[in-house]
Design a protein around this ligand. Structure first.
Ligand SMILES: [Zn+2]
Length: 423
């Protein structure tokens, strides 16, 4: 079984990698495809030229980074790097909780160290060249430490809890962890702005003035109880702009990037906000969370089948991950990693479904803005954002199908135009 399972691993790893590359190549083949002529009107020739150059630079960078990353990971696994790490860790401590934390800690640390040069190049060369980067080296380093610390505390804490449940309740593991993770997810979703965002950014309440008055008037008209509007200092890192809705219940809040306020006219900001309120009216946050909870349940149930210490399959899977067929004692962390790879085709399908649902939510939110007479402002706002961020105006439909959580601008524009005509 060892060699068959190793072969399955190789096939799955290669399949995932090749699929990703094929989609990227298809997308590249669309780079020079002319835009729909009515739609192309919004973008100047210079902007379209810059857009093409940016797409090409990013695609080249992405191809190199992901190919090197794949080869590196593959070689480490095939030459029993994980087996070596397992030996090292199990000889160091017999606590399974500590072993798991060390195992994933070393992998996470290793992969983030390897990715630092790529990340530096991306922000300080590529994004810099197109005028997007606003990050200083100091912010870059601070971000690295903060995200590492957050991963250590949050990721490490959740992981320790999972292993503890696995050891204490081996047979009912999956549903107990499901309940615990659900509680964490609901909590994090409600307090995302306070817990995660505030670590990396400064959030301030939108100051009194014409914009705030206009927003309040609109929220009232749309029947949206506005708790607080926050402004986030996105300009600390990039010139790109955004807005989003976070939290639920009394914690719900709208967050605007300072760059959005600078770049858009009031009516465009109102349209973007109406879109966000549309998400709220359609209960997208709650629906998204329920989907996430269901997904976690499925994942944990299947995981429980691959980490049963009594089963031969678990032991074989452990041996394949470690690339050591003399391994006698299965370890939770090896089973978890092995499961991640065996489950990857199903993960891809789940992601496809999630992305399709998310794109549907975006159309619904746009339709809400359109219904409230804001289609033109929404379109001009989105066009401006797209122009500034040089977003891909012509992605390949299959690439969108697999990777996009938001519909491309052209599709949104078409839908809003149609929506406007119906009304
Ligand atoms: Zn949206």
């Amino acid at each position: 079984m060892y060699s068959e399972l190793t072969l399955i691993f190789i096939i799955l790893l290669l399949f995932g990698f090749i699929l990703e590359k094929l989609l990227e190549l298809l997308n590249i083949s669309y780079f020079k495809k002319p835009l729909n002529s009515e739609f192309a009107h919004y973008f100047s020739a210079e902007n379209q030229q810059a857009n093409l150059l940016y797409k090409q630079s990013k695609a080249r960078f992405g191809l190199i980074q992901s190919t090197l990353g794949f080869i590196f990971t593959f070689l480490i696994w095939k030459f029993a790097g994980l087996g070596f790490l397992t030996q090292l860790i199990t000889s160091f401590t017999s606590s399974e909780i500590l072993q798991t934390l060390l195992f994933f800690g070393v992998i996470a640390l290793g992969s983030s160290l390897v990715s630092i040069p790529f990340s530096l190049y991306f922000h300080f060369v590529l994004e810099e060249k197109f005028g997007f980067n606003k990050m200083t080296i100091k912010v870059f380093i601070a971000d690295l430490f903060k995200s590492g610390l957050l991963a250590l505390v949050l990721g490490g804490g959740i992981m320790a809890l999972i292993v503890w449940v696995y050891l204490a309740f081996p047979t009912s593991f999956w549903w107990i962890v499901w309940i615990l993770i659900t509680v964490v997810m609901v909590f994090m979703s409600a307090f995302y702005a306070q817990i995660i965002l505030s670590v990396f950014n400064k959030l301030t309440e939108l100051e009194d003035g014409a914009l705030k008055d206009a927003i309040e008037t609109m929220a009232q008209k749309l029947g949206f109880e506005l708790n607080r509007i926050y402004v986030i200092d996105g300009s600390k890192r990039s010139t790109k702009a955004n807005a989003f809705f976070t939290g639920f219940g009394r914690q719900k809040r709208i967050v605007l990037y300072d760059t959005l306020i600078n770049d858009l006219e009031t009516n465009e900001i109102l349209a973007v906000l109406a879109h966000e309120i549309g998400h709220y009216k359609h209960r997208h946050t709650i629906k998204g969370m329920i989907l996430g909870i269901l997904q976690t349940g499925i994942l944990l149930y299947f995981l429980s089948l691959f980490i049963n210490p009594e089963s031969l399959l678990t032991l074989e899977l452990n041996r394949v991950v470690a690339q050591d067929d003399s391994l006698t004692q299965p370890a939770f962390f090896l089973g978890l990693l092995g499961f991640g790879i065996l489950f990857s085709p199903i993960s891809t399908i789940i992601e496809l479904v999630t992305n399709a649902i998310s794109r549907k939510f975006e159309y619904q939110a746009d339709a809400f803005a359109t219904k409230n007479g804001l289609a033109d402002s929404m379109i001009s706002g989105l066009v401006k954002l797209s122009e500034k961020s040089l977003s891909n105006l012509n992605p390949h439909p299959l690439y969108v199908f697999f990777n996009y959580s938001h519909p491309p601008l052209l599709a949104r524009w078409t839908a809003m135009k149609q929506g406007e005509n119906i009304i």
